[in-house]
Ligand binder design. Structure first.
Ligand SMILES: C[S@@+](CC[C@H](N)C(=O)[O-])C[C@H]1O[C@@H](n2cnc3c(N)ncnc32)[C@H](O)[C@@H]1O
Length: 266
């Protein structure tokens, strides 16, 4: 019986700093997403180790059943507790630590950058990907330590949420991005990022010329930083006033910031 397939394709890690074990009915969904782009570096260098545990390998009988009808009636199927427990026990037996056990569900805590940062600094976790109408509650009550939602909508499975978390965590690992490049990302200082521009300096379009804001071509780092801060404040105030309120409450807005918001009536 196949147990886990390790997807750290590069150098084998002796004791990786971070390890994620994913229990899923669809392990094949993971490799294509993690084999490309900048996050690939984190997995290939084995900074982050990923082990995939195909749930069907832990199911009984010829049909390798992992779901059944809900007691009490209702539409859809429910994931069975016993195959999930066998898979999780196998993961636990394969790790030296006691990992956080994450279940992805629309009823969980909504994923945000503060949770990503906390996980990026931790030892990793077991990620349980639901399917069908959900998971037998007795398994969840017995094992799960954290429930994460991607947002207020319903997906068909927990694999995309798991990939989203893995991507967000991997890009924060040292050496994956250029130093301090993620410190300019949205949410890193509690604000949304302002606009970005690249070549050409003047873009000729049918409705006219669109130049890059002159300050960005000035070479004056102080003025560029101040301009970026003001744009970030404006974007955040218009789109996410809740984040401005939170930054204010946390004392993260300077007198200049407040002055700029006041001139905009925001
Ligand atoms: C069709 S959904 C089940 C939805 C469930 N019946 C409900 O209404 O809450 C199947 C699986 O997709 C995953 N899923 C769906 N939406 C999600 C979301 N917004 N966040 C995290 N996981 C989600 C969960 O693992 C869930 O068990």
């Amino acid at each position: 019986m196949r147990r886990a397939s390790s997807w750290s394709t590069g150098i084998p890690a002796i004791e990786p700093p971070m390890r994620f074990d994913v229990v899923t009915l669809f392990p094949e969904l993971f490799a294509p997403h993690l084999a490309h782009g900048i996050t690939r570096r984190a997995f290939e260098s084995a900074q982050v180790e990923l082990k995939l545990w195909p749930l069907r390998d832990f199911a009984d009988g010829g049909y390798r059943r992992v779901d059944d009808r809900p007691f009490g009636g209702g539409p859809g199927m429910v994931m069975l507790a016993e195959p999930l427990q066998r898979a999780l026990d196998a993961v636990r037996g394969d790790r030296v630590d006691v990992p956080e056990v994450v279940h992805f569900t629309p009823t969980g805590r909504v994923l945000d950058q503060s949770l990503v940062l906390a996980m990026a600094g931790g030892p990793g976790a077991v990620l349980l990907c639901g399917r069908y109408e959900g998971v037998d509650q007795r398994f969840l009550d017995r094992n799960v330590t954290l429930e994460i939602s991607l947002g207020d909508y319903v997906l068909s499975g927990g694999e995309l949420p798991a990939l989203v978390l893995l991507d967000a965590v991997a890009r924060l690992q040292q050496g994956v991005l250029k130093p301090d490049s993620h410190q300019q990302d949205s949410f890193s200082d509690g604000l949304l990022e302002g606009p970005a521009y690249s070549r050409p300096e003047r873009w000729h379009t049918p409705e006219g010329e669109r130049p890059v804001p002159a300050v960005l071509l000035s070479g004056h780092h102080g003025e560029i930083a101040a301009w970026r801060r003001r744009r970030a404040l404006e974007t955040t105030a218009r789109r996410r006033p809740d984040l401005i309120a939170a930054a204010r409450a946390a004392g993260r807005l300077s007198r200049d910031d407040e002055g700029h918001l006041a001139t905009l009536g925001l």
